[in-house]
Design a protein around this ligand. Sequence first.
Ligand SMILES: Nc1ncnc2c1ncn2[C@@H]1O[C@H](COP(=O)(O)OP(=O)(O)OP(=O)(O)O)[C@@H](O)[C@H]1O
Ligand SMILES: [Mg+2]
Length: 336
Amino acid sequence: MTASTKVTGVLSSGSYLLDGVYQVNRVLGQGGFGITYQGVDTRLNRPVALKEFFPEGCWREGTTVISSGRWTLKTYSDAKQKFLQEGQTLGRFNHPGIVRVFYYFEENNTAYMVMEYLQGRTLADLLRQRGGKLRESEALHYIQKICQGLEVLHKSQFLHQDIKPDNVMLTKDDRVVLIDFGAARDFNPRSSQPFIPTFTPGYAPLEQYGQALKFGTFTDIYALGATLYHLLTGVVPPSAVERAAGIELKPVCQLNSQVSPYVSLAVSRALAMEVQERTKSVREFLDLLQLENSNSVNSSDRTHFYESSQDPWSAFESSRSSAATYESQNRSNSWF
Ligand SMILES: Nc1ncnc2c1ncn2[C@@H]1O[C@H](COP(=O)(O)OP(=O)(O)OP(=O)(O)O)[C@@H](O)[C@H]1O
Ligand SMILES: [Mg+2]
């Protein structure tokens, strides 16, 4: 967190949640939808990251979060359900490139997601430390790693929808981890989740500015392209709205002559405004960057994660019926 980060209405350090199971320590960050704290799981005696649903404009009375500003009781409650649902979704992934979610619960008229605490820094921090940009080989190393987690997410019909250097953590044990799935949305057309726009200009394609245009894996590819653009040039691309109004996107190789022409071209294709012209999948993006798809080559990793979160119960073939019962009970409780 930078010194200028706005911090309002945070829980005080030392507060407990869930009858003492979790202790809240310092604030790690505060964004438009939540506050992230470093905390402790007091039972397992291990550090955790706790994300509290706290949309901008809301305030706190004691420890209770009060919806206000543009948040009506209904929109606040819908967004809180979505936050909880995302906790459940993420809890099904077990991949080194996707932050692990251990638990989620409601308290203080709000919701909390308990995640593994990642020791390290964000890709944005690294960029700042390097004076704004990275060498091509290093940038491609991080993009290849991000692609591993993203491909698993996409295979399970989920989009991240807010990929940017701030939402990628580089850990001390060399993991490159996608965090901040606040905007993650099931892109299954049958999904009935409410639309809550969350995106970062410069990284978000035009379809994220409204509801009428189709979303897809290409939506995350645009953000991934914008992330690589930022890593290689030191600047964030102009927003999709500015581009639609005629502002030119300068090719990467024009801003940094040391970048290979094929890399510059791959970035331009990922950043195509028109979906028809845009790179469609992680695999296609990796091919254009002449990078291997490490998910398929590194088979030793397979034992450590589910390839897909679609059916985590498949490991218990014989308990399918009890799994179904569990899921239907879970859906009928007050959270869903
Ligand atoms: N699991 C984690 N382990 C360690 N640090 C984390 C973890 N999750 C988030 N952080 C830190 O907290 C900061 C803020 O987290 P995050 O990106 O999830 O939320 P945000 O951007 O502040 O909020 P919003 O969801 O409203 O956009 C990150 O930049 C990172 O430094
Ligand atoms: Mg973030």
